[in-house]
Design a protein around this ligand. Structure first.
Ligand SMILES: Cc1ncc(COP(=O)(O)O)c(C=O)c1O
Length: 392
């Protein structure tokens, strides 16, 4: 199944297209489409809003989906996971509804200014709001290849550190963070952005140093606008629950996390389809997937290094180590948007532009491989890049 498009109708419909933008959004495979369709065709009552059989059944399906997604992420308890509209919404939720209690005595929020704006901005806003209570946002750096500078992190960390915001896999450089290599103060709580690792690399949140985390569903084959927020039970007391909001769905109480994060009507169909995306990835196996992505990334970096004028914007890829499948590069003297357009004309879709970062280099281009890509896709990218390089 690895390297095959056959489960992806959007890709089989355009056999000559090379889609290399999974890090923005993955196409949905057949089982996810089938699940979503079944949910919409069936008794589509509002989960928990009513005691009749349709509403009860809808609620049961949401809880089954929660248990499945929690198991996929390696959470200990299903009630540590709530459904959101994506990682952006999940991170904003954490900063708004968990952050204030985590920082009530003041303290520092450690963050990386080179990370995705959705990861960083909610915490900067919170630090600004809580400045009178002694809260500060303290930056730590990445190097030019996207690796967190452990020395700079150690300089930023102190006994004032209350919250450490970390990205598991960087959305441009594709680098994975080794939390054990960072001098994280023992009393600090780690908030992990797993947007680019979930569905690509094995996650065991229960064993992780991170106690709160966010996941993007549409980057792991779920329907657009799905995601989850993870808060370990030991952190539930810090969640601000609006009791009045809870009254609109009394049958839906699962945990303080779900009460607060799932206020209002829930996208039950999206939750069920996200669970089937998790089952789809599990069926393939994350170990095999990480190896497949490492092979593709290594083939690309080996080939790109032989093209004059290409600069790789990530560390060397070891094909024997699981990899995110996200690679970034720049072409001497060419804007990223021009390179992406040249590739687009050859039916190779990559990402250029601001990469949702604060001031990235404007020549940066990202290619993100996933399970449906194969070596031929890598070679099409390399051919396009060679042709673009010849123009300079
Ligand atoms: C690291 C990271 N965090 C957060 C997000 C936002 O994710 P979502 O699209 O689910 O809101 C992205 C999306 O690209 C990302 O790469």
């Amino acid at each position: 199944m690895l390297g095959s498009r056959r489960h992806f109708p959007a890709l089989t419909a355009e056999p000559d297209l090379v889609y290399l933008d999974a890090a923005s959004g993955t196409p949905c495979p057949e089982p996810v489409i089938a699940q979503l369709t079944a949910e919409l065709r069936g008794p589509a009552a509002n989960p928990g809003r009513g005691g009749h059989p349709w509403a009860r059944d809808a609620l049961r399906r949401v809880e089954e989906a929660r248990a499945a997604v929690a198991a996929f992420l390696g959470a200990t308890f299903p009630d540590e996971v709530a459904f959101t509209r994506g990682a952006t919404g999940a991170m904003a939720f954490l900063a708004d509804r968990w952050g204030p209690a985590a920082l009530e005595k003041g303290g520092d929020i450690l963050y990386c200014p080179g990370d995705h704006l959705s990861t960083v901005r909610p915490w900067l806003r919170l630090a600004e709001r809580m400045r009178p209570q002694g809260v500060r946002a303290v930056p730590y750096r990445r190097d030019r290849l996207g690796r967190i500078d452990a020395d700079d992190f150690a300089r930023a960390a102190s006994d004032r550190t209350a919250v450490v915001v970390v990205t598991d896999v960087h959305n441009l450089h594709g680098t994975r963070t080794d939390l054990d290599a960072l001098a994280i103060p023992p009393a600090a709580t780690v908030c992990l952005d797993c947007s680019q690792s979930a569905g690509r690399l094995p996650l065991r949140l229960a064993d992780s140093r991170a106690e709160v985390a966010v996941v993007s569903g549409h980057k792991m084959f779920g329907p657009p606008g799905t995601g989850t927020v993870y808060v370990r039970r030991g952190q539930h007391h810090r969640i601000a629950v609006d009791r009045a909001a809870g009254r609109s769905g009394p049958a839906r109480h699962v945990s303080p996390l779900t009460d607060a994060a799932e206020e209002g009507s829930l996208d039950g169909a999206g939750a069920a389809a996200l669970a089937s995306a998790a089952a789809f990835v599990d069926g393939i196996g994350l170990d095999a997937l990480g190896d497949h992505l490492a092979g593709l990334a290594a083939r690309f970096t080996d080939g790109a290094a032989r093209i004059g004028g290409v600069t790789l914007l990530g560390p060397p890829v070891d094909p024997r180590q699981p990899h995110s499948g996200i690679v970034a590069f720049a072409l001497d003297g060419q804007a990223g948007a021009d390179v992406a357009f040249a590739l687009e004309r050859r039916r190779v879709y990559v990402r250029a532009g601001d990469h949702c970062l604060d001031g990235p280099r404007d020549d940066a281009v990202r290619a993100s491989f996933h399970l449906y890509n194969d070596e031929n896709d890598v070679d099409r990218l390399l051919q396009g890049l060679s042709a673009a390089a010849e123009r300079t």
